[in-house]
Design a binder for this molecule. Sequence first.
Ligand SMILES: [Zn+2]
Length: 425
Amino acid sequence: MDLAEKLMLEIEARRADLVELTQDLIRIPTLNPPGNNYREICDFLDRRLVRHGFQTELVRAEGAIGDSDKHPRWNLIARKEGAQPGDCVHFNSHIDVVEVGRGWTTDPFGGEVKDGKVYGRGACDMKGGLAASIIAAEAFIAVCPGFKGAIEISGTADEESGGFGGVAYLAEKGYFSPERVQHVIIPEPLNKDRICLGHRGVWWAEIETHGEIAHGSMPFLGDCAVRHMGAVMAEMEASLFPLLATKRTDMPVVPEGAKQSTLNINSIHGGENEQEEDYTGLPSPCVPDSCRMVLDRRFLIEEDIDEVQAEILNVLTTVQGRRENFRFDVRELQRVLPSMTEKSAPVVQSVARAISEVMGKEADYVVSPGTYDQKHIDRIGRLKNCIAYGPGILDLAHKPDEYVGIDDMVESAQVMGRSLIDLLG
Ligand SMILES: [Zn+2]
């Protein structure tokens, strides 16, 4: 039996361990926000990986946004050195999960197994992927103790809220520098036969229109900021949305609708604040002097961030040319440049080979419509050899009755294990 066959069997033999590990991880409710139980899950991973010969480090992202004594941002980094020098392969998973939401028929933190699936919040996004990478690494070390280089596994905080208390913090401290780590696999739920090369860019901004407060019975004495915002929206409908629909990308973004530039208006707020639910009175009559809109613009690798900003300014100055007293501000909330690893990169080639060996089909290449922690590994860590690859169906992420298929976890662990043979064997 050759090494690859041996490893495939070794991973199959650890199926029950893989399921149990996924259940254990789901049962630690790491809700973010606010960032609960990060220390508990890091301690759990620490105990497990130390037992398997890893050196571990617990790192708190002190001073990062979101970090506080009440909700400290803990991260775990584990490293196992091989017997000879060589590259380091790093598996990075986020430990946080999003809110539960309504509509569950199973216990979101119960880790129930039914019909070959493990259920729970974070099952696919991404505790199943974390468990698969741990099993892949442990099985690889067992069958190939003389491997070259090193394997790292990290469990990191806050991916769902931007990753600043997790991968961004670690990247700034050098944990993802090209001298330390050469290949990164992020086991996000992209389906077991697809390699995710990167993601589109993000520009979040808040537009505010200004007016003048007055009594609502005499609006002519004031200036209505909501009407100004209405004119902005009308101009967006007339010129900006049609323009964005014409901008198409060569990035293999999924789903199809995300192959173009998109803009979402996340929220609009103008005038008096919403009252508490138990308030039974009527609103008071005022002309709103401010209206704020939050924009979520997703852009393509072919677009420049300056051009993205200029399009919004163009809408605003066009409106300004038509309306008296039109005053506005634009405030940037967040920017993330698009990221895409080359198909020729070693980690892509290696995982693609492993997918065809394990599954008997060619790998598909995709790009994510939204961002994930690859952005920090690329921009801060300066490491370009990074992909997302892991079990689970992306559409189930953040939904009720989230689950991960057990066969999918086993097969993707086999893919991860085979690429370890390829890169370190
Ligand atoms: Zn995720």
